[in-house]
Design a protein around this ligand. Structure first.
Ligand SMILES: CC(=O)SCCNC(=O)CCNC(=O)[C@H](O)C(C)(C)COP(=O)(O)OP(=O)(O)OC[C@H]1O[C@@H](n2cnc3c(N)ncnc32)[C@H](O)[C@@H]1OP(=O)(O)O
Length: 410
């Protein structure tokens, strides 16, 4: 078998995307979703594998800017649409695309690559690690009450249409994205993603609905959701299936939850992707009836260890020598002294000094956004402390008060 790996040209996008579609089961994307992805495509940052005229492998890389601890927005390749044709699987084609892609990302000067994995087992070998978690909820609103904070009654919740509310919602998103590690800032065109609403994605629910929270004349939050009616012998048991939910202050957040939990003819509020430190867990009267479940979220790859570690902020002073293993990106291997203090920017420089913490770039990636502690990774035997105290010092410095989260797919 001979295949050619090359940068995608815009005219090849259709057969390239057909390959993705087929690898994901062959169910055609709804036209409006396919058009959205076509509009967001960045062909000159994507690669395709061709066997003659047939596209047999795909990998894209959006140009994201990702919020990291400390608040900086760091260039990150948003890896997407990774596929290999079933006829060509397990012959090393994914590996060849990952090799090419990480070399490309490095040459573009982007310190990070991020992705959402179809399966957790695929990307560790290429240096990616789950760095955020997401929480799914199914709140039984017939049993769960809400502890409402002062000011909730001053928030007006009013209906809008997702389209009409778009600018107001985007303004809220922009403020929250800058405050939470792991969140991509909106790039041009991406504001269409939250309002893309093909019928086949509603899972029997209504078209996308929207409410806005308004306080003192300003929009302070929003929720978009589908209503999924259901009935049994006892009566209505519908579900409010939340797509997006965001607020700038506690009262607005609680007011939106009060609205969602009180929609007539429903007994459940379902959320598919919330941050693990979602304040709603503190608002509810009965957390056991929220059916909270965790799963892996955003996978991170430190493409350039030094640039990535210098780009983020640290929660406490740190001065530690890291001994880094990185078989897939060997330019990251070796000893690095990471220093961050109360003043000046953090530095991460090559050193010949004795190592104090030994780990691979996977563990650095897991800890990078502050969602996985180095102490936990050490307890799992994945980080080794070589100087007493180094682990506690680094673990505190890497941690984040706000849990990292990626609020949308890509
Ligand atoms: C960000 C995203 O887009 S996520 C979407 C990923 N794509 C999909 O899930 C679509 C369906 N699957 C596929 O298209 C393909 O099976 C792929 C892309 C997952 C793998 O492509 P392949 O060309 O078969 O992978 P390749 O032959 O390079 O395998 C490399 C290694 O990964 C392993 N591997 C491949 N797929 C998987 C998997 N799903 N789970 C665990 N390990 C895997 C292989 O066994 C191999 O291991 P080895 O190095 O120890 O021998």
């Amino acid at each position: 078998m001979t295949t050619e790996l090359r940068t995608l040209s815009a005219s090849e996008w259709d057969p390239w995307f057909d390959c993705v579609e087929l690898a994901f089961g062959g169910v055609p994307f709804p036209p409006e979703k396919r058009e959205m992805y076509a509009a967001l495509a960045e062909p000159d940052r994507a690669v395709g594998l061709w066997d003659g005229a047939d596209c047999v492998g795909t990998a894209g890389a959006y140009s994201f800017r990702l919020t990291v601890p400390g608040g900086a927005a760091v260039p990150a390749a948003g890896v997407t649409a990774v596929s290999v044709a079933a006829t060509h699987r397990r012959q090393g084609l994914l590996t060849s695309m990952m090799r090419r892609q990480l070399d490309d990302v490095r040459s573009w000067g982007e310190p990070l690559a991020v992705l959402l994995a179809s399966e957790p087992g695929i990307y560790g070998r290429f240096g990616y690690a789950a760095a955020t978690s997401e929480m799914n909820l199914r709140v039984d609103t017939s049993r769960v009450g809400l502890k409402l904070p002062p000011g909730t009654d001053e928030v007006r919740v009013r209906r809008s249409s997702p389209e009409q509310a778009l600018d107001a919602c985007e303004a809220v998103y922009a403020r929250l994205a800058a405050a939470r590690p792991g969140t991509p800032l909106r790039q041009p065109g991406w504001e269409r993603v939250p309002v893309n609403d093909p019928e086949s994605s509603r899972h029997g629910g209504s078209p996308l609905q929207c409410v806005l929270a308004e306080r003192d004349g300003a929009i302070t939050g929003y929720a978009t959701f589908h209503l999924r009616p259901a009935w049994d012998d006892a009566g209505p048991r519908g579900t409010v299936a939340v797509r997006d939910l965001a607020a700038l202050d506690p009262a607005s957040y609680a007011a939106l939850w009060r609205f969602l939990a009180g929609v007539d003819l429903t007994s459940f509020v379902e959320c598919r992707n919330r941050p693990v430190d979602d304040a709603v867990l503190r608002l509810v009267s009965d957390v056991r009836r929220c059916d909270a479940r965790l799963r892996d979220g955003l996978y991170v790859r430190l493409v350039s260890v030094d640039a990535a570690l210098e780009a983020r902020g640290y929660r406490a002073p740190v001065d530690v020598v890291l001994e880094v293993e990185d078989a897939f990106c060997p330019w990251n291997e070796g000893r690095w002294r990471l220093t961050a203090g109360a003043q000046g920017a953090p530095t991460c420089r090559r050193t010949a000094d004795e190592p104090e913490l030994a780990l691979s770039s996977n563990e650095l990636a897991a800890a990078y956004l502050g969602g996985v502690s180095l102490t936990t990774l050490a307890a799992a035997g994945q980080v080794r402390e070589l100087r007493e105290g180094a682990l506690a010092e680094a673990s505190l410095a890497f941690s984040s008060d706000v849990q990292p989260w990626c609020p949308h797919g890509f």
